[in-house]
Design a protein around this ligand. Structure first.
Ligand code: H2B
Length: 95
C-alpha cells in the first residue's frame, strides 16, 4: 500500500486520471484547476481537506485567487503510491 508505484503501474493509473500528470521532480501527480472565483476554489479545497483527513493523506497545494494547484505524493513512500491515485480519483469525483 505504501510502496512507490513502479512505472508500469503509474502509467496504468494515469490512463484513468486524464487531468493529472506525473511530476518527476516531485515524484507525484499534479493537477491545476481554475474556478470562477476564490469562494468556489476555497469551497473545493474545504471538500478536499475533509477527504484528506479521512484518508490521513494530505495534498501539497497552492492557491491564488481562483486557481488551485494540487500535488499528490506520498512522503512515507518517497514517491507516488496507490494512496495518491485513490485521493486523485476522489478529487476528480468532486469536479
Ligand atoms: N500525506 C501524504 N501526502 N503522505 C504521507 O506520507 C502522509 C500524509 N503520511 N499524511 C501521513 C499523513 C502520516 O504522516 C501519518 C502519521 O499517518
Amino acid at each position: 500500500m505504501l510502496c512507490e508505484l513502479d512505472v508500469k503501474s503509474r502509467n496504468a493509473a494515469l490512463c484513468q486520471l486524464k487531468s493529472w500528470s506525473y511530476d518527476s521532480d516531485k515524484k507525484g501527480i499534479r493537477r491545476t484547476i481554475k474556478f470562477d472565483n476564490f469562494i468556489s476554489a476555497f469551497g473545493f479545497m474545504s471538500k478536499v481537506a475533509i477527504l484528506a483527513e479521512k484518508a490521513d493523506h494530505h495534498p501539497e497545494w497552492f492557491n491564488v485567487y481562483s486557481m488551485v494547484d494540487i500535488l499528490l505524493t506520498t512522503h512515507d513512500a518517497r514517491g507516488l503510491s496507490q494512496r495518491d491515485i485513490d485521493l486523485a480519483t476522489q478529487i476528480d469525483a468532486l469536479l
